[in-house]
Design a protein around this ligand. Sequence first.
Ligand code: AMZ
Length: 322
Amino acid sequence: MGRWGDGEMGNLNLITNYVSEALSKGALRITNYELRTTNYELRITNYVSEALPIALRTTNYKLRIMEILPAIDLLEGRCVRLYKGDYAQSQVFSENPAETAKMWADQGATRLHLVDLDGAKAGKIVNLEAIEAICNAVSIPIEVGGGLRDRSSVTQLFDLGVNWAILGTVAVEKPQLVQELCQEFPQKIIVGIDARNGLVATRGWLETSEVLATQLATQMQELGAAAIIYTDINRDGTLAGPNLDALRELAGAISIPVIASGGVSSVIDLLSLLALEPQGVTGVIVGKALYTGDILLTEALKAVGPGRIQDIPPNLGFSNFA
Ligand code: AMZ
């Protein structure tokens, strides 16, 4: 393989390949986010934050950034994580979602992803109190989904200060409504496509349609959706890694931003997603991994967020990575 910074190879693919290859050869090991190479040692945050911008600068490469959206899934007023969206397999992570939201904001999150799980099942907003408390607790932008099936539920959220409404079920069942809302609220309607084996699931993921995720994404782009959130149900809450192939296919089919969701378990997963940024994957929703501590938000932000470029030490050269 080439060296970091070698011509067009000085891009993220190379860095990601470098990490994979070095890991497989035992030249690199990761302990608690610490990377060690045989001839150089540095923390993973520095590895990414310092080496990546240099690689990119060497090739005049545009810096890739992945926005990280901590997920707050609301069930009966609490912050929970489900396993593969199964309501029977829920784990409570916080009794106070507003406090949780504030914690993520304090750690540097630039946007929050909220899901009203009771709402998705009931077909109407259920956890309004918790959503309102979160809106009052933080000043970063918030997106909310789950149970938004008509205009009034969407406007109710906007009135609270929510920045984006996420529509799932109605994208399949009432595309006309999606179109009307996109016209009325440009850039504020996001379509959530939740797929099980490539087919779109609806109504709290209790039903699976015959619609293909890519087909729906193309249609929703035409209707004016600001972005698509793509969730791989079989990976959600499993820490099994994102479905990169499905994301690549989806992002390749449309030109609006794609936000990846489901299975993200490590900073390496975030780096893999960063490789899909040129295809239009601009953000990633992280749930369970943040709550278990598998991903530390502050570390993740340094790894793939905009802040990392500020940390470049002037004397770090590629000779260190031979
Ligand atoms: O985990 C689940 N069972 C689940 C979930 N996370 N069911 C729905 N949702 C989320 C979708 C999307 O953000 O990912 O609810 C929203 C869609 O809700 P609706 O009511 O528009 O289909």
